[in-house]
Design a protein around this ligand. Structure first.
Ligand code: SF4
Length: 337
């Protein structure tokens, strides 16, 4: 074995990357990790990080870098060069983006190559052989991405050829099963992993519907618009006009915070109920309907009787109260996103 090199590992916090990390720790290497967060991540860590990734890094005693995928990532998601999976997930473009960022960090910290927990053929869109090669090529990392879980069924990488790592210690896992990784984790005491597949809102059908609607309605959308998609019930009331109805107190509070001066908010005067946010352009004409939808989701004892709804129309117009009948479920379906 030659001099001790440094590797940068992409750590999601899931089983595979935790196992890959442990395998790399068993080599004669220095290892640091990077975890990517984005608006679409549902891993739920505090401070912008991913809880499981931080825990795994801590239990393995390695330095963790957190990189947030920002507005430039949203631009990639809007127009992915390599298409989408079954929902709005643009996995190949997403991986290229992450690998490019990882390459920048690799150079910055003086690492010599990248390591991932990817398993050949585990994910249909981004982990088949051809996709792995495209991703490496477009990220300008050819030969520099080591995948220890599948290394023995993939071409030798530079770190293996140069003897920076011992290839014999790697595995030949392929496919969707997790048995081998789990038994490795058990045997070696790898713990604290979680957040496996499913931590990405772009693979969620309901979120994808909302994102598609946003793309059609406001092609120049940004992170604030995306953030709004995560909360409440969404109703497309017309071109450029959308109503978001909070489903609980915490969502009501978030909607209140997200509200911009030109937006309207709606609350019931005499009953408990949601806060609803009407946003977009030329929204004034939708305010009665928005009020009646707000009433529909309130604790109103008799839906056949008019109720008072307070509308906050921005700082200049102040607040107004109107009376409306709660909307009927059947008439709402067509507006629900
Ligand atoms: S599932 Fe989401 S985070 Fe994972 S590669 Fe696909 S788009 Fe990226």
């Amino acid at each position: 074995m030659s001099e001790k090199k440094k590797a940068l590992l992409l750590l999601s916090g899931g089983l595979d990357s935790a196992v890959a990390l442990h395998m790399m720790k068993e080599q004669n290497l220095e290892v640091e990790a990077v975890h990517f967060t984005s608006l679409f991540c549902t891993c739920g860590g505090k401070g912008g990080g991913c809880g499981p990734a931080a825990k795994v890094a801590e239990s393995e005693g390695i330095k963790l870098h957190i990189v947030n995928k920002g507005e430039d990532y949203i631009e990639i998601i809007k127009k992915p060069k390599h298409g989408r999976g079954s929902n709005m997930n643009a996995c190949i473009d997403c991986r290229i983006y992450s690998f490019r960022k990882a390459k920048e960090l690799m150079t910055k910290i003086g690492a010599s190559f990248i390591v991932t927990g990817e398993v050949l053929n585990q994910r249909p869109m981004s982990q088949h052989r051809k996709a792995l090669l495209i991703i490496e090529k477009e990220a300008e990392l050819e030969g520099l991405v080591l995948r220890p879980l599948s290394a023995l069924v993939l071409d030798e990488t530079l770190p293996e050829k140069e003897g920076w790592v011992d290839r014999k210690k790697f595995k030949n896992i392929s496919g969707r099963g997790r048995k081998e990784q789990l038994s490795f984790a058990q045997e070696k005491g790898v713990k604290d992993f979680s957040c496996p597949a499913g931590g990405c809102l772009l693979t969620d059908p309901q979120f994808s519907r909302r994102l598609k609607d946003l793309m059609e309605d406001k092609p120049e959308f940004g992170s604030k618009d995306v953030a709004l998609l995560k909360y409440g019930r969404h109703f497309r009331l017309g071109e450029k006009a959308k109503l978001v109805v909070g489903r609980n107190q915490s969502e009501n509070d978030i909607l209140e915070k997200i509200k911009e001066p030109k937006d309207y908010t709606f609350v019931l005067v005499d009953y408990n109920g949601p806060l609803a946010l009407l946003t977009g352009e030329n929204i004034k004409k939708y305010k009665e309907f928005a009020a009646s939808i707000t009433a529909r989701y309130g604790d109103v004892p008799d839906r056949g009787v008019k109720v008072k709804v307070e509308i906050a129309e921005g700082p200049e117009a102040g607040k107004k109260v109107i009376e409306v009948l709660p909307a009927k479920d059947a008439e709402l379906l067509v507006f629900l996103i």
